[in-house]
Design a protein around this ligand. Structure first.
Ligand code: ATP
Length: 140
């Protein structure tokens, strides 16, 4: 079994996509081990996306991710990190609508920024991001 951090971003929650996203998660065989909603502030969001701090889109990304609550979930199944990334599809949701029409980002995303969901990209990121949201609650 492997764990990954999934996050429904503010556009996903505001667009009422939560039930559809969760249905897709369960249908794909993931177990939702933990879930909780969080309102990130500037500092927390900057910490979460620290690796993007030098990018041109950083300020915009922080404004977007703090624009409303997010739903963080710990998902578990064999190969969870890669499988969740495959299920959500490419970063750019407008391209995903063409290339991966059945992906979650194709369903609820808009463009390269507002792509409605997040997934950890490595075991190191998964560990860091699970600790970020769920801290000592998780027995890692
Ligand atoms: P995530 O880390 O959220 O799962 P990702 O790994 O597919 O997404 P990253 O390259 O890590 O994409 O970028 C993190 C987030 O920053 C993206 O999900 C998106 O919201 C935003 N982002 C990425 N590229 C751009 C861009 N060119 N313009 C605006 N926002 C962007």
């Amino acid at each position: 079994q492997e764990r990954t951090l999934a996050m429904i971003k503010p556009d996903g929650l505001q667009g009422d996509y939560t039930d559809q996203i969760k249905a897709a998660i369960l249908e794909a065989g993931f177990e939702i081990v933990e879930e909780s909603t969080f309102q990130l502030d500037f500092e927390k969001a900057s910490l979460f996306y620290a690796e993007h701090s030098g990018k041109t889109f950083f300020q915009s990304l922080i404004a977007y991710i703090t624009s409303g609550p997010v739903l963080a979930m710990v998902l578990e199944k064999p190969n969870a990190i890669l499988e969740w990334r495959a299920l959500i599809g490419p970063t750019n949701a407008s391209k995903a609508k063409v290339s991966h029409p059945r992906s979650i980002r194709a369903m609820c995303g808009m463009d390269s920024e507002r792509n409605c969901v997040h997934g950890s990209d490595s075991p190191q990121s998964a560990r860091r991001e699970i600790l970020f949201f769920f801290g000592d609650k998780m027995n890692l």
